[in-house]
Design a protein around this ligand. Structure first.
Ligand code: BES
Ligand code: ZN
Length: 465
């Protein structure tokens, strides 16, 4: 049932945000201007600069902050421990790295020049995740400036490799488990189910990402002189990829579903009760029709079923006109989204065995593992989630819904495993926000309300945490 909340955002906090809005927005725009693309080494200086920027912003907010070097991009840790040893400690996680902005020609305004149109802040990273991580820094600043202290101890952990698989983060967490010890973890790196409808996530899919390389002849060959007598690597790769699904959209890798847990009728009923408009979803994608594994609804396919998908394909001649060539090699990027209790390492073994089994003779096929992460599903009981419900209801005037998610945040499983703390995923994106795509945006209204919701969350965690 959706009801207005009896709790309101405290007046002093609300006023702080109202008065400081232009400054906060200006700072966010500065952060969005730095092209911290973690996947490209030519941006290494930008990611390092962004880490320093985030640390400085934490210090300006009144926290202590340190930048930790890793073999990859730096990790920033902010701390405020003035609430005393009996108060709870909250760890907030975010990522300052962004996806590559290409293809640039499809952006209506430059990706690293934030622009407001129709109540939306357009920029690469606006919603994923700079805008959302900044909510936490500014919420803490608001509490510190208006009240002089925070009601809880706080650790902010901000990494620069989330978009490339968080390779160095779990070892950092393991090595610094004492520093990062927390009673609760909060993450704003996801979307609300619909405009005006605040949401708490109960699940994320995991990930197992591979590159498949097929090598045939040592050079490209004339397809007339050699075609039909030399095995074609592009054809070989196509054959291998085609064996990965059956005609009903099930993944056909042997053993792939062995560990998949049935969510049960109650969970499916809850999914069905959400206000989901399938046609609206289709239109948003621009696809002629939706499709997937037989026997499941769209939301079920996205949240509780695993996938194996081609993310990229490369082989042969793809330029203008025709070139009769037998390519010497072919490559595919393939990733599987995983659901509880699938294990990324086991999926890697199964996929390797599958590729080996179906690789035709006459080519050599190699599978390289790129990155992986565990799936996550939580029981949303306890004071952390009650506090989040109150904070979201106060800021949005509406009780939050519980939703699942098809995307992945690899570190979430680690937080639960290494820190033993419950994880709250409370995001402020929206459907159609173009994360990872051209024209990424964050809703201005969600930014404004998100500031208040996050500030109130920290407040509520102290009161009832
Ligand atoms: N913010 C996303 C995670 C996400 C995606 C949350 C969609 C809610 C909806 C995150 O930055 C992301 O994109 N993660 C990657 C992780 C991957 C590189 C392991 C993803 O899901 O592709
Ligand atoms: Zn992302």
């Amino acid at each position: 049932m959706l009801t207005a909340s009896p709790t309101a955002v405290p007046a002093d906090i609300d006023q702080f945000f109202t008065e400081n809005e232009p400054r906060i927005r200006g700072e966010l725009f500065d952060l969005l201007r730095i092209p911290s693309v973690s996947a490209r080494s030519e941006h290494n200086e930008d990611t390092a600069r962004t880490a320093e920027w985030v640390a400085r912003s934490m210090r300006d907010a009144g926290l202590q902050a340190t930048v930790h070097r890793t073999p990859g991009h730096p990790i920033v840790v902010g701390e405020w421990r003035g609430a005393g040893s009996t108060a709870p400690t909250v760890l907030a996680y975010g990522h300052y790295d962004v996806q590559p902005a290409e293809p640039l020609e499809l952006w209506a305004s430059p990706p690293f020049e934030p622009t407001i149109r129709d109540g939306r802040i357009y920029a690469r990273g606006s919603v994923d995740d700079k805008g959302q991580l900044f909510l936490h820094v500014k919420a803490l600043e608001a509490l510190l400036r208006t009240r002089g202290a925070l009601p809880v101890n706080v650790v902010l952990l901000v990494e620069g490799e989330e978009e490339v698989g968080s390779e160095h983060l779990s070892s950092f967490i393991e090595a610094n488990a004492q520093l990062l010890r927390a009673d609760a973890v909060v993450i704003s790196d996801s979307a609300m189910f619909a405009p005006g409808l605040p949401s708490i996530l109960s699940s994320l899919r995991g990930m197992a990402y591979f590159q498949i390389d097929v090598q045939g002849p040592s050079v490209d060959l004339h397809s007339g002189s050699y075609g039909g007598a030399v095995v074609n690597p592009a054809m070989a790769l196509a054959r291998i990829l085609a064996t990965m699904h059956d005609g009903s959209g099930h993944v056909a890798i042997e053993g792939f579903y062995d560990k998949v847990v049935d969510w049960g009728a109650a969970a499916r009923d809850e999914i069905r009760a959400l206000p989901f408009d399938e046609e609206h979803f289709r239109v948003e994608t621009g696809s002629p029709s939706l499709g997937g594994e037989a026997g499941f609804s769209t939301l079920e396919r996205l949240w509780m079923r695993p996938t194996c998908e081609i993310n990229g394909l490369l082989s042969g001649y793809t330029g203008e006109g025709a070139k009769t060539v037998l390519p010497s090699k072919a490559m595919a990027k393939v990733s599987c989204r995983l659901v509880p209790d699938q294990d990324p390492q086991e999926i890697e073994r199964l996929l390797r065995a599958h590729v080996e089994r179906y690789a035709p003779k006459g080519v050599s096929v190699t599978v390289t593992h790129l990155h992986g992460g565990r799936p996550w599903r939580a029981n949303l009981d306890g004071p952390l989630f009650d506090a989040a419900r109150r904070a979201l209801a106060a800021a949005f005037g509406r009780e939050p819904v519980i939703t699942g998610e098809g995307g992945s945040i690899p570190v979430v499983g680690d937080f639960q495993r290494i820190l033993g703390a419950p994880v709250l995923l409370m995001g402020f994106g929206l459907p159609g926000e173009n994360a990872h795509a051209p024209n990424e945006w964050m809703s201005e209204e969600n930014f404004t309300r998100g500031l208040r919701a996050v500030a109130m969350l920290y407040q509520e965690l102290a009161v009832n945490g």
